[in-house]
Write a new protein. Structure first.
Length: 273
């Protein structure tokens, strides 16, 4: 078992690295190397610690995306041959992820328990800080914060606030972000709504998962109704005109249908013996 002091020292060392150096250090550990000859059990404990687990998982995902930078093409090597060399590298990184994913999930579970215990105002402030990506709102890694909110324990609560955010965005945006110009305000509000809708999709999946676990069939969101509501908020006069046009069109269609029915009846009566 790794010595606690050695693990703490390794955590401190790794935490001092920039993102690129940290990623290379993680890859070096996964692929079996250790430039400083640190015992692997010490490295494993440090990288899976609450302090580093999220950063380790981020580093592994980045390394998989940047696999070509770890295995650049050799002279005379084809792209297919390069991909053949890269494939085992990616596989080894993906296979190494579960312990770090478990560590991050544990952190997210604790965060969800904390969020569930907050009163409505504190929860709303915490969720708003997450939407605004305000690092002062919750001093935890963004990944853990997001997973905490997406927990079935609190997802429905956050989703309810999302609906308010879509309807009244200026209530949640800081005053310093608005008031510069109408064009700038519109762009800021549109960006805010886009962020809210993106997060709301994850929340809906979490709510549906919770429903399914309890034997209830999840209902699909009424996308058309949501879009119609947003249109009415942005352009109420145009929506009113469109509704009148549709109603008038339906009335005209029904009147025409009744006229056709009467014509058919008269024709049938004339042909009757």
């Amino acid at each position: 078992m790794a010595d606690a002091q050695d693990v703490d020292a390794e955590i401190e060392r790794m935490a001092s690295l920039d993102d690129d150096a940290f990623m290379h250090a993680v890859v070096d550990y996964i692929t079996g190397g250790s430039g400083r000859r640190i015992p692997r059990d010490v490295q494993a404990a440090a990288l899976a610690s609450p302090t580093l687990a999220t950063q380790t998982l981020d580093a592994l995902e980045s390394a998989i995306r940047q696999a070509k930078s770890f295995h650049p093409r050799l002279d005379g090597e084809s792209k297919r041959e390069q991909q053949a060399r890269i494939a085992p590298f990616r596989t080894s990184l993906q296979a190494a992820m579960p312990p770090f994913q478990d560590a991050v999930d544990d952190l997210a579970h604790k965060e969800a328990k904390y969020l569930a215990a907050l009163d409505d105002q504190a929860f709303e402030r915490r969720w708003t800080a997450h939407i605004l990506e305000d690092p002062t709102g919750a001093p935890i890694p963004p990944r853990v914060r997001a997973l905490g909110f997406r927990s079935p324990r609190v997802a429905a609560r956050a989703e309810a606030i999302c609906r308010l955010m879509m309807e009244e965005p200026t209530r949640f945006l800081p005053a310093s972000a608005l008031g510069k110009s109408q064009k700038a305000d519109d762009a800021r509000i549109a960006e805010f709504r886009q962020r809210v809708e993106s997060e709301a999709r994850y929340l809906r999946y979490a709510v549906q998962y919770a429903d399914a676990r309890h034997g209830r069939m999840p209902s699909e969101p009424n996308v058309r109704l949501q879009a119609l509501r947003l249109l009415g908020e942005a352009h109420p006069e145009e929506l009113s005109k469109l509704l009148h046009q549709v109603r008038d069109g339906r009335r005209a269609g029904r009147a025409e249908a009744r006229k056709d029915e009467r014509a058919v009846r008269r024709t049938s009566q004339r042909r009757a013996p």
